[in-house]
Design a protein around this ligand. Structure first.
Ligand SMILES: O=P(O)(O)OC[C@@H](O)[C@@H](O)c1c[nH]c2ccccc12
Length: 263
């Protein structure tokens, strides 16, 4: 039985084929080479101070359906940055998440903080493409990649000056991320094979991640209490989508998650 993740990835591969026919590998490499250098996301995530928020531009998801229309992703990203977000995450997967590379371009142009291209990366082409569109961080989902692919893509991210956020959701995947030498490791409370959210997963897996790596708690944050719980379990950063796109003022909402005003 194919999992949700398998289904998403087959759609991602079809869409990738179309883009790759329109813009050959050498052309996307040239665009990436010509792009301004990537910003240092690891530095942004390890700066002193409160928990770091990675705020996500997310229109819909396979688990929740439509979340928000987000007519102006640049405006939303600017509000996140003004609220103190350390990194802006932009979903670029179209079919299930309603994102696009145009959203990434718009956000890149609107903020100075590092930007994460959030997608299902399965080929080197997508990393060059991310860099060509100004991404500073890419997501590598351990569950979607075998070890040679993971190593290859992780190494290429570094060569392109980007940070890889390496995502795991169980013990074996976390150990694979650590063995890879990943410096930024995300523990996703949402299992991408079943879409179930279990916030306790972070506390269970975080101790397997060395202190030297940035620990990112992903998914399921409803408010400041969930952030505080993740921090108590060792999170350096939280990645938040739904609560920010469905809540009130996004600038204020990021501030609240960081531990500021309790609105
Ligand atoms: O909307 P939430 O529950 O705050 O979750 C955000 C983020 O963790 C989630 O969008 C995510 C984490 N890893 C992913 C991989 C692919 C797509 C999406 C994701």
């Amino acid at each position: 039985m194919p999992t949700v993740l398998d289904d998403i990835i087959s759609g991602v591969r079809e869409d990738l084929d179309v883009r790759q026919r329109a813009l050959p590998f050498s052309a996307v490499q040239q665009l990436a080479t010509d792009a301004p250098a990537a910003r240092d996301a690891r530095a942004a995530l390890t700066a002193p101070g409160a928990v770091k928020v990675i705020a996500e531009v997310k229109r819909k998801s396979p688990s929740k359906g439509e979340l928000a229309t987000i007519p102006d992703p640049a405006e939303l990203a600017a509000a996140y940055a003004a609220g103190g977000a350390s990194v802006i995450s932009v979903l670029t997967e179209e079919r299930r998440f309603g994102g696009s590379l145009a959203d990434l371009d718009a956000v890149r142009a609107a903020v100075d903080v590092p930007v994460l291209r959030k997608d299902f990366m399965v080929s080197e082409y997508q990393l060059w493409e991310a860099r060509a569109h100004g991404a500073d961080v890419i997501l590598l989902i351990v569950a979607a990649l075998d070890d040679p692919q993971l190593r290859d893509l992780h190494q290429l991210a570094g060569e392109l000056g980007m940070t890889a956020l390496v995502e795991a959701h169980d013990e074996a995947e976390t150990d694979r991320a650590v063995d890879l030498g990943a410096q930024v490791i995300g523990i996703n409370a949402r299992n991408l094979k079943t879409l179930e959210v279990d916030r306790a997963v972070f506390a269970r897996l975080a101790p397997r991640v060395p202190e030297t790596a940035v620990r990112v708690a992903e998914s399921g944050v409803r408010g400041r209490d969930d952030v505080a719980d993740y921090v108590a379990s060792g999170a350096d950063a939280v990645l938040v989508g739904e609560a920010l796109v469905t809540g009130g003022d996004p600038r204020e909402a990021v501030g609240v998650l960081r531990g500021g005003a309790t609105a």
